[in-house]
Design a protein around this ligand. Structure first.
Ligand SMILES: *[C@@H]1O[C@H](CO)[C@@H](O)[C@H](O)[C@H]1NC(C)=O
Ligand SMILES: *[C@@H]1O[C@H](CO)[C@@H](O)[C@H](O)[C@H]1NC(C)=O
Ligand SMILES: *[C@@H]1O[C@H](CO)[C@@H](O)[C@H](O)[C@H]1NC(C)=O
Ligand SMILES: *[C@@H]1O[C@H](CO)[C@@H](O)[C@H](O)[C@H]1NC(C)=O
Ligand SMILES: *[C@@H]1O[C@H](CO)[C@@H](O)[C@H](O)[C@H]1NC(C)=O
Ligand SMILES: *[C@@H]1O[C@H](CO)[C@@H](O)[C@H](O)[C@H]1NC(C)=O
Ligand SMILES: *[C@@H]1O[C@H](CO)[C@@H](O)[C@H](O)[C@H]1NC(C)=O
Ligand SMILES: *[C@@H]1O[C@H](CO)[C@@H](O)[C@H](O)[C@H]1NC(C)=O
Ligand SMILES: *[C@@H]1O[C@H](CO)[C@@H](O)[C@H](O)[C@H]1NC(C)=O
Ligand SMILES: *[C@@H]1O[C@H](CO)[C@@H](O)[C@H](O)[C@H]1NC(C)=O
Ligand SMILES: *[C@@H]1O[C@H](CO)[C@@H](O)[C@H](O)[C@H]1NC(C)=O
Ligand SMILES: *[C@@H]1O[C@H](CO)[C@@H](O)[C@H](O)[C@H]1NC(C)=O
Ligand SMILES: [Ca+2]
Length: 594
């Protein structure tokens, strides 16, 4: 309570930052005037970060006119946008390294005193130039970094080993949190100089990214509270060791039990589960809005003996996505199929039944359990999800192996638990990213929009619920549940996006709305004090008859329910039973998992 009240008395820290330039802002200059190498050279940050040296000669600058940006799930289509495209490299004192940063600065007439940092996905720290337009269309300059990994196409797994047994710790920390922070500090200072902002003028600073980019967002909020006014964090791949290794969990169980469900059986089951869950939210609209209610009512055994049948598919030689031929599959769903599917719903456990991690929601499908066909034997066998392989082999074992786990056939569910524990300890201060005390960020006046697709099949939705709950219980231990929720929601809100997949709409749930306007919603919250009581969303699936329609996403722990015979969606406080389905007692570890 004390820290919540203190916040009201404090000036946001970002307004206190003193800056070198004292000139008045003049945004009447043309883009052509300011978007030159010599002008940007004179605007390069000076002494922004101790130990960081900008390589002035690396600077590239070009003006881009009337660009159009269409088809993003994270910002609406925008046309005729003009901006200054800037890249430069910097190094760290005493290290022979080079980190490349990339910024777009809006045409001066469109600049609205905003800065946006963006992040990556998978093992990438950057989404190159696909996310930065989401800044400039709202008058924000926007940046991304290559992390020092060699290029914007390089991924961290390619540079995390110097050789077998030799982890590149610098790259681990660059990926963990350092590079995004440096890019942010440099980008904010570049923006101030480029637009001639006086030190009295406020530059609003924001973060927006999803998945690995979501984890990167938490890394910033947890460590650099003074950097930000608002962070938009989607489906964060946080609790890193758990997150990466649980991608192997279904395969471990398949291998250990020697059960290999055919993909057609699991796909059929996924469709049946979706159809079963759909009406339980009060409306049969093809969208699972209440996976929690569904989890209480679903009994996968009810689908045993259901027929399935899928046609053969020929091999694909598409160089970007080569696929082997898959034979026709048909049969009936068996108890064995259910064992594997149920495992992904309830999450990994040890051999003695202790809980290792959370599961995916009903409606998310059973992606990581998919098996592959071996033409030589005619058998179906496990496939190893690559994020899990890379984390186990390169990050934990420090072996330069990327396509397989050589001893995987000896792994049991207990091996998976032990690997998660090893990775957690090893990367607790770099990648795990679960520090639950956000007091400093809160006291600096920061706002957080945290969202997560309820049908995410990559990062389990319950993992975001777990972190929100960690922050709530650590920061407001003395308040009642409802009071602590109110205290938290005044600056940090979590939204479970019903019917959404991993950082995108779900093509199998056409009518669901996706939150495409998070940045303007955040701007309204930070700059105008308009609280996002529900999260603005839009139907983006072209398979929907309601394409383009508006929808609203409930703010956790409120959950959507259709009333008035399916004509009105409201946000209700769920039953205790429903709420409890989101929480797991991770008793496979002797320490609490935040
Ligand atoms: C702003 O820039 C324009 C064009 O460069 C110039 O004509 C004007 O005098 C400047 N105004 C101020 C207040 O500096
Ligand atoms: C790089 O540019 C900045 C800003 O113009 C300047 O202060 C600094 O002296 C330059 N550094 C070198 C090594 O030229
Ligand atoms: C952007 O869209 C506008 C309006 O639709 C069109 O006139 C223009 O040619 C497009 N620009 C580019 C670079 O494609
Ligand atoms: C922006 O600059 C980079 C680096 O010079 C360049 O590769 C890229 O093509 C530029 N983008 C545009 C749209 O001009
Ligand atoms: C790891 O293996 C890959 C592929 O075999 C090779 O290209 C790369 O140079 C190796 N990296 C190290 C650090 O040994
Ligand atoms: C699924 O797993 C849960 C947790 O282990 C168990 O309680 C439940 O009975 C299982 N359901 C089926 C259908 O196997
Ligand atoms: C399943 O397929 C078998 C064999 O084709 C058929 O006899 C049976 O009626 C089917 N069952 C259902 C429920 O469709
Ligand atoms: C399996 O291999 C045989 C012979 O190599 C080939 O004719 C057949 O098309 C393959 N089937 C699949 C499903 O890949
Ligand atoms: C693969 O299939 C053969 C028969 O086709 C069987 O003997 C063998 O045990 C199977 N291997 C595995 C790993 O299931
Ligand atoms: C590194 O380890 C992998 C896996 O053990 C092995 O295949 C590779 O040859 C090793 N590389 C070197 C340079 O020893
Ligand atoms: C909310 O979304 C609708 C489209 O669904 C859009 O027209 C509106 O501008 C959005 N509101 C904000 C604040 O961005
Ligand atoms: C509820 O809606 C369904 C489907 O639109 C309709 O068939 C039914 O009559 C409605 N019931 C009531 C009580 O309005
Ligand atoms: Ca529904």
């Amino acid at each position: 309570m004390a820290s919540y009240l203190r916040k009201l008395l404090l000036v946001p820290a970002a307004t206190l930052i003193a800056l070198a330039s004292a000139k008045a802002s003049n945004n009447s200059k043309s883009l052509a005037t300011v978007c030159t190498t010599s002008y940007v050279h004179s605007a390069l940050p000076v002494d922004a970060i101790p130990g960081v040296q900008i390589n002035n000669a690396s600077l590239t600058v070009n003006a881009v006119y009337n660009a159009n940006f269409t088809g993003s799930d994270f910002f609406p289509d925008a046309y005729d946008q003009s901006y200054c495209n800037v890249t430069f490299a910097y190094s760290h004192v005493g290290r022979d390294d080079s980190v490349l940063v990339w910024y777009w600065l809006p045409a001066p007439s469109n600049f609205k005193n905003r800065y946006l940092s963006t992040g990556g996905g998978g093992y990438s720290i950057t989404s190159t130039d696909t996310s930065i337009p989401g800044g400039i269309i709202y008058g924000a300059s926007a940046g991304t970094t290559d992390g020092g990994f060699g290029s914007f196409d390089a991924t961290v797994d390619e540079v995390v080993l110097l050789g077998n047994g030799s982890l590149n710790y610098e790259n681990v920390y660059n990926f963990g949190y350092k590079a995004i922070h440096e890019m942010t500090v440099l980008g904010k200072q570049l923006t101030r100089s480029f637009f001639d902002m006086s030190d009295k003028e406020k530059l609003y600073a924001y973060y927006q990214a999803c998945s690995e980019g979501g984890r990167e967002g938490w890394s910033q909020v947890q460590r650099f509270p003074e950097d930000w006014d608002g962070a938009i964090i989607g489906a964060p791949a946080m609790r890193y060791s758990h997150q990466q290794l649980q991608h192997l969990s279904a395969s471990v169980v398949e291998s250990y039990l020697n059960i290999y469900p055919k993909p057609c059986a699991l796909d059929t089951l996924a469709t049946e589960v979706l159809n079963f869950c759909d009406p339980l939210d009060g409306k049969t609209d093809g969208v699972v809005s209440r996976s929690d209610i569904c989890k209480l009512k679903l009994n996968l055994d009810d689908f045993i003996d259901l027929n399935y049948s899928c046609a053969a598919t020929p091999a694909s030689t598409n160089p970007y996505n080569p696929q082997p031929a898959v034979p026709a599959q048909s049969g009936v769903i068996t108890r064995d199929d259910i064992i594997i599917a149920n495992h992904t719903l309830y999450g990994p456990q040890t051999l003695s039944g202790e809980q290792v991690y959370v599961g995916w929601q009903p409606g998310a499908g059973f992606g990581d359990a998919d098996t592959v066909y071996e033409n030589a034997t005619g058998n179906w066998t496990y496939s190893l999800q690559s994020y899990g392989v890379l984390f186990a082999e390169k990050f934990i074992r420090e072996q330069n192996v990327s396509d397989t786990i050589p001893d995987f056939d000896t792994w049991t569910p207990d091996t998976l638990r032990d690997m998660i524990y090893a990775g957690w300890q090893k990367f607790e201060d770099s990648l795990q990213t679960t520090w639950p005390d956000l007091t400093a960020f809160h006291e600096a006046g920061g706002k957080i929009i945290h969202f997560h697709g309820e049908s995410d099949n990559s990062v389990p939705t319950a993992s975001s619920v777990r972190y929100y709950e960690s922050v709530r219980s650590v920061m407001f231990p003395d308040l009642s549940y409802k009071d602590s929720i109110n205290a938290l929601n005044s600056w940090y809100r979590l939204y479970l996006v019903d019917g959404a997949a991993h950082c995108s709409p779900d093509q199998t749930q056409c009518n669901a709305a996706f939150p495409q306007t998070n940045f303007p919603v955040m701007i309204d919250w930070v700059e105008k004090g308009i609280e996002p009581v529900t999260l603005n969303a839009t139907v983006l699936n072209t398979c929907s008859d309601n394409y383009g329609a508006n929808g609203q996403i409930c703010s956790w722990p409120l959950r959507p329910i259709w009333t008035r015979n399916g004509t009105e969606k409201i946000c209700e406080f769920p039953s205790q039973e429903s709420l409890d389905t989101w929480f797991y007692d991770l008793n496979a570890f002797p320490m609490y998992v935040y």
